[in-house]
Design a protein around this ligand. Structure first.
Ligand code: HEC
Length: 167
């Protein structure tokens, strides 16, 4: 929804810009009569302006790539919230139909005992890779390793009591 309306706004802006560009000629000379059949192919409408896309980090990952919960939140909303819930408390719309129920990422008592490597593996390879249900799918086909690190960082931010990384 949000994306769509932004996109339309982008088209509107592009049209407005085109109208402005046409207007510049009009002031100095009367517009020539339009040819009966215009052979000029209509210019393609400009694509909507590129939005900043934090969800698509550059493929080349700098050595100092830092997992980012903010980027992870977008992937989580897209791929995980339907089952795990937007707040990770297992309140997603599909959760009621699943047995076992989706893990509660807000449950720090459970989640904080799991290592980053474990979370990475279950997200990338799916539940069976760590002895869990196949209802927890493998997301390695949808998310790059870097995006999975971001998702892990976001999942960590949901825990209550809060997750305290090893120092
Ligand atoms: C189709 C529903 C569904 C979706 C979508 C889903 N999961 Fe799960 N997930 C589950 C279920 C069910 C379990 C519980 C598996 C079990 O306990 O055997 C689970 C468990 C987990 C666990 C806990 C693993 C453990 O060792 O206890 C993590 C972490 C997890 N999911 C992360 C994610 C992330 C991140 C995403 C999005 C990229 C995601 N899940 C998308 C259903 C889903």
């Amino acid at each position: 929804m949000r994306d769509l309306s932004r996109r339309w706004k982008g088209v509107g802006l592009a049209l407005a810009a085109a109208a402005l560009a046409c207007g510049e000629d009009g002031g100095s000379q009367p517009a020539p009569p339009a040819p009966a059949a215009s052979p000029a192919p209509a210019a393609k409408p400009a694509p909507p302006p590129a939005e900043p896309t934090p969800s698509q980090p550059a493929r080349a990952v700098p050595a100092a790539y830092a997992a980012d919960a903010g980027r992870g939140a977008e992937h989580y909303a897209t791929f995980c919230a339907s089952c795990h819930g937007p707040r990770g408390c297992g309140e997603g719309p599909m959760a009621g139909a699943l047995d076992p129920t989706p893990a509660k990422h807000c449950d720090g008592t459970y989640m904080n005992a799991l290592s980053d490597a474990h979370l990475f593996e279950v997200i990338k390879e799916g539940g069976p890779a760590v002895g869990k249900s196949p209802l927890m799918a493998a997301w390695g086909g949808s998310l790059s390793d870097e995006q999975i690190h971001d998702v892990v960082a976001f999942v960590r931010s949901l825990a209550d009591p809060p997750y305290e990384p090893d120092r």
